[in-house]
Write a protein that binds this ligand. Structure first.
Ligand SMILES: *[C@@H]1O[C@H](CO)[C@@H](O)[C@H](O)[C@H]1NC(C)=O
Ligand SMILES: *[C@@H]1O[C@H](CO)[C@@H](O)[C@H](O)[C@H]1NC(C)=O
Ligand SMILES: *[C@@H]1O[C@H](CO)[C@@H](O)[C@H](O)[C@H]1NC(C)=O
Ligand SMILES: *[C@@H]1O[C@H](CO)[C@@H](O)[C@H](O)[C@H]1NC(C)=O
Ligand SMILES: *[C@@H]1O[C@H](CO)[C@@H](O)[C@H](O)[C@H]1NC(C)=O
Ligand SMILES: *[C@@H]1O[C@H](CO)[C@@H](O)[C@H](O)[C@H]1NC(C)=O
Ligand SMILES: *[C@@H]1O[C@H](CO)[C@@H](O)[C@H](O)[C@H]1NC(C)=O
Ligand SMILES: *[C@@H]1O[C@H](CO)[C@@H](O)[C@H](O)[C@H]1NC(C)=O
Ligand SMILES: [Cu+2]
Length: 807
């Protein structure tokens, strides 16, 4: 479920407590033989299965090595603050009287709190002089966000703190403004300051005025009591109509089991409220909506209801249809062990786990991680040459539509919640192969650092098809397509986003996003034009996912140009056509000269090729060396034009590809709080485009992945990664003089003649044998822990505890 605020996350947790009595049905599952139970004093026990090795050992066990431990060539200047740095900054900020900070645990809605402390990423210019040369480590600064709620007009403020380590006398704080297009000292209004009142009081007081109706209609209530059977939440962003702040909220039935299905149980009754200002006693209900009819006042709705003028529709309730556990007939042979990938000689890559630096088959990169967008990759090199300085998610949008006011007004900008806080521990053998290497990631919240254990995975994989092959009458040859992937998964409310960056032996790179988890569904009434009818009273509400990525290419230096090459139909005569007109096609090459031409889409019929080239670096045939950007699967942009909900807050969503000049002042296409001021957001992406030349300059490509999602019955109980999948690829083009796949020994040539193979040539690839010790993936999963937390203020490093917060 994705309620509008973090506060409602607490409500949800409460809902589970309320329904805790029902959980024993779920806990009752161990009676079935395929559930492993942790048995007291025994560690682990497998019921109905045996771990004993079959047969006699005749060969040596495979020697499974973990990733080779190496030292990164440089410090990872994007990795985040060290524990000591974070502690120092928090301490120092609490000592600054003008910030007037209250410890989060003790804070109410009229206190200032410290929302975030993380590394301020260095400017690229400073980073390059360190990474590429002999320049010193860039000075370190912290980025902090203060939530000023002790104010009639509450606001968030981004500030810069440094240099680090924090020390009295040398460290200062200043409003952070340069990375944002809006120059308001890093301040953006806070529309959430009174969310406690909204979710704990206002909603219940509104619901109480019609509880006779909710009981009559559904035998259910939302009154803030232990026995509530309904929840109330609604739109995001809140609707900003000039100075008025308006909400649409709706009723949802509560899940009655462990399954997190709340976003699939809308009840079809909506109310609008005006929640402008901090005096919550002045908030008002502005109308009701049910089954296609709008009622101006509560009285009008009540009168119509009890006057028998309202057609009563049933609600949506949970049940097996929304549960993810196995059900139905087991397919033939499905209980046998499925194929597994393994790495018989262990990892063939090297990792500096502390610095989060990785090397594989000529590729190398550093991994960064932050609260807003989770994992990002830096200084991606192939054979020592940088290809990308930075590659990472900027924002993910889910824009809904519907005849009803909640779906109409919903357009989640997910970095508001953050991808970092929800990049949970991965499930070994399911999210990534069981032999993958796992790294931790950390984020700051409420004076604590939460560490997601094993939340980034690294692994090699042998694709189910070769990279290259050829047959002739005398030989057949093929090359394995072994690639390397770094992956993380963020579960932001109802949705699970999987992000994968893959590196291939031919020098290409793939960026992929997949979506699973529960859909946010709509009440079916009057929503036929906005979705399929997928359950009793349910519409699979249409929505667009658009995920914006920053790709800061550096092709053989920072000075690059985007070149377009279009295949166009062509009618001409040739010297040999004897005067006859010939219909054919040809190539039309051009450059994206400046930012006015910098926003465009994949061409008609995929006839347009898009390259990042370096015009001053040609290959031996005189062609510019470069990388092509191509859609991999289903990349798309937002359908809605000039969204009434988003206004100026997501201008990056309107095209497939955008190119702008790289600037230290434009590090990110958006801001986490763009949804707090949609007309005048802190970062208005359209302002990046002001006609500057893009010829041989440092440039950034802003690329959208996306899915036009119209959920159907196959999205029940959850959307599946197989088809909710979008990706783009970067492909070296005229970059080398020949394809790089020829270098691997993982190829074969078989010569044959007269029905016999005469030679099998393996070029020195491994041909040994060993016994794999196969353990069902279930076994490792007893190590699953969730997030570990360290308090920073007061600093209590020895007092770790486990706590995982989801929304
Ligand atoms: C500091 O914050 C408190 C609430 O935590 C508020 O009552 C007080 O007025 C604030 N002081 C100043 C100087 O703003
Ligand atoms: C800085 O000064 C504050 C009070 O002025 C003091 O509490 C704190 O210990 C000092 N910090 C350091 C690192 O000296
Ligand atoms: C209404 O709900 C209550 C508890 O939530 C339940 O005990 C009662 O049986 C329900 N009534 C009907 C008519 O379903
Ligand atoms: C819920 O609890 C309240 C207070 O404990 C009680 O008055 C009410 O009857 C209960 N409602 C139902 C449906 O059981
Ligand atoms: C992840 O964190 C755990 C607990 O602090 C630690 O034991 C483990 O070594 C860390 N893993 C890596 C790869 O750093
Ligand atoms: C070739 O591309 C240029 C620049 O995009 C465009 O103006 C021109 O019309 C194209 N020519 C053809 C034949 O498509
Ligand atoms: C980074 O660049 C911005 C914009 O030019 C500048 O204001 C800021 O001071 C720079 N940061 C550092 C640490 O030099
Ligand atoms: C773009 O840069 C190239 C290489 O430096 C140069 O030859 C060309 O004249 C420039 N084009 C424009 C339009 O400035
Ligand atoms: Cu979707």
């Amino acid at each position: 479920m994705k309620p509008a605020t973090t506060r409602s996350m607490k409500l949800l947790t409460a809902a589970f407590v309320v329904f805790g009595t029902l959980v024993p049905t779920v806990l009752g599952l161990p009676k079935t033989p395929w559930v492993q139970q942790r048995v007291k004093g025994h560690g682990r026990k497998v019921l109905g299965a045996s771990l004993e090795k079959r047969g006699q050992q005749t060969r040596d066990d495979c020697v499974v090595k973990s990733a080779l431990d190496i030292d990164a060539p440089k410090e990872n200047i994007w990795a985040g603050l060290t524990e000591q740095e974070a502690v120092g900054v928090v301490d120092w900020l609490f000592a600054q009287p003008e910030l007037n900070l209250t410890v989060s645990e003790d804070a109410g809605s009229w206190d200032n709190t410290l929302l975030l402390v993380e590394l301020m990423r260095p400017n690229k210019t400073d980073a390059l002089s360190y990474v590429d040369g002999s320049g010193s480590l860039p000075a370190r600064y912290a980025h902090a966000v203060i939530n000023h709620q002790a104010d009639e007009e509450p606001y968030y403020q981004d500030i810069l703190v440094g240099p680090l380590p924090a020390a009295n006398g040398t460290t200062t704080w200043a409003p952070l403004e340069y990375p944002f297009t809006r120059k308001t000292e890093g301040r953006v209004r806070n529309l959430d300051a009174d969310e406690d009142s909204l979710y704990d009081e206002f909603h219940f007081s509104v619901s109480a005025t019609i509880s006779d109706i909710t009981l009559d209609l559904w035998n259910a209530t939302a009154l803030g009591l232990e026995n509530d059977t309904l929840s109330i939440w609604g739109i995001d962003p809140v609707y900003q109509d000039g100075d008025r702040i308006l909400r649409w909220d709706t009723f949802w039935s509560n899940p009655t089991t462990i399954f997190d299905v709340g976003s699939m149980m809308p009840m079809g009754l909506f109310f609008m409220s005006d929640v402008t200002g901090r005096d919550t006693s002045k908030w008002t209900v502005e109308g009701w909506y049910y089954n296609g009819v709008f009622y101006d006042t509560t009285e009008e709705f009540r009168a119509a209801y009890w006057g028998g003028k309202v057609e009563k529709l049933d609600g949506n309730w949970d049940g097996p249809w929304a549960e993810t556990d196995q059900q139905g007939t087991i397919p033939p042979l499905d209980t046998m062990a499925p194929p597994v990938a393994s790495a018989p000689q262990g990892a063939r890559y090297s990792v500096d786990a502390e610095r989060k630096y990785v090397e594989w088959m000529g590729w190398s990169f550093y991994i960064g991680f932050d609260r807003d967008s989770g994992m990002a990759l830096y200084d991606i090199r192939h054979k020592g040459e940088r290809v990308l300085y930075e590659l990472g998610l900027q924002e993910a949008l889910a824009h809904y539509a519907g005849s009803d006011p909640t779906q109409s007004h919903t357009a989640y900008l997910d970095t508001y919640y953050g991808f970092g806080p929800f990049a949970f521990e991965l499930l070994k053998g399911f999210d990534c192969p069981s032999y993958a290497t796992y790294l931790n990631s950390s984020f700051y919240v409420s004076e604590t650092t939460h560490t997601h254990l094993n939340s980034i995975c690294l692994f090699e994989f042998d694709a189910d098809h070769p990279m290259a092959r050829h047959s002739s009458a005398e030989y057949v040859t093929a090359t394995k397509n072994v690639y390397f992937t770094v992956r993380s998964v963020s579960t932001v409310g109802n949705y699970d986003y999987m992000f994968s960056y893959s590196f291939f032996m031919d020098g290409s790179v793939a960026v992929e996003a997949r979506a699973s988890g529960y859909i946010q569904a709509a009440f079916y009434a009057k929503n036929h034009d906005y979705g399929f009818h997928i359950h009793d009273q349910l519409s699979g509400s249409m929505h667009d996912h658009v995920l914006n990525f920053k790709a800061d290419f550096d092709i053989l230096g920072t000075e690059n140009t985007v070149q377009l090459m279009e295949q166009v139909p062509h009618t001409t005569t040739y010297p040999w056509s004897k005067g006859k007109v010939f219909n054919t096609m040809k190539l039309n090459r051009s450059y994206v000269e400046n930012e006015d031409e910098g926003q465009f889409n994949w061409g008609y019929n995929n006839q347009k090729q898009i390259f990042v080239v370096n015009q001053d670096e040609n290959n031996k045939y005189g062609e510019h060396r470069g990388y092509r950007i191509l859609p991999y699967t289903g990349a798309s942009h937002l359908t809605v034009k000039d969204s009434s909900v988003l206004k100026n807050s997501a201008k990056w969503a309107e095209h497939d590809i955008m190119v702008s000049r790289r600037k230290d002042t434009e590090p990110r296409s958006t801001h986490t709080y763009n949804n707090q001021d949609t007309s005048n957001p802190p970062v208005d992406f359209s302002k990046f485009f002001d006609g500057e030349s893009l010829n041989q300059t440092d440039l950034v490509l802003w690329l959208n992945l996306g899915m036009h999602h119209v959920p159907h019955t196959g999205d029940l109980p959850t959307t599946v990664f197989t088809t909710a999948h979008s990706g783009i690829q970067f492909m070296p083009t005229n970059y080398f003089n020949v394809g790089q796949n020829v270098e691997t020994v993982n190829m074969v040539r078989v010569n044959y003649k007269d029905g016999d193979a005469t030679d099998v040539i393996n070029f020195g690839s491994y041909d040994g044998t060993c016994d794999l010790n196969y353990e069902p993936s279930f076994v490792d999963l007893w190590e699953y822990k969730g997030d570990v937390v360290v308090r920073k203020f007061p600093y209590s490093p020895d007092d770790l505890y486990y706590e995982t917060d989801s929304i």
